[in-house]
Design a protein. Structure first.
Length: 75
C-alpha cells in the first residue's frame, strides 16, 4: 500500500513543527518520493542526525508503506 505525500508531510510536521516541507513524487507511482525539509531543529546537527530525525518522524513506515524517500535537509 502506497503512502500519500500529504501523509508524509503531516508526519514530518508533527515531529518538527517549525519545518517547511516540500515533497515530490519522483516516479508518479506513489512509492518514490523526494523530501526537502527545512527546520531550525537541525542547527548544530550533522546531516546524518538530521536525516535520522526525518526518518524517525515517519514512525516505522519507511520500508513498509513508504518504499523510497530521498531526503534533503536545510537549517
Amino acid at each position: 500500500m502506497a503512502m500519500d505525500l500529504k501523509e508524509i508531510e503531516k508526519l514530518i510536521k508533527e515531529a518538527l513543527p517549525d519545518a517547511t516541507v516540500e515533497i515530490q513524487d519522483l516516479a508518479g507511482d506513489g512509492n518514490h518520493y523526494s523530501a526537502t525539509v527545512k527546520s531550525k531543529e537541525f542547527l548544530g546537527k550533522s546531516k546524518i542526525e538530521q536525516h535520522k530525525m526525518v526518518y524517525s518522524s515517519l514512525k516505522g513506515k519507511m520500508g513498509n508503506e513508504l518504499h523510497a524517500l530521498a531526503i534533503k535537509t536545510k537549517e
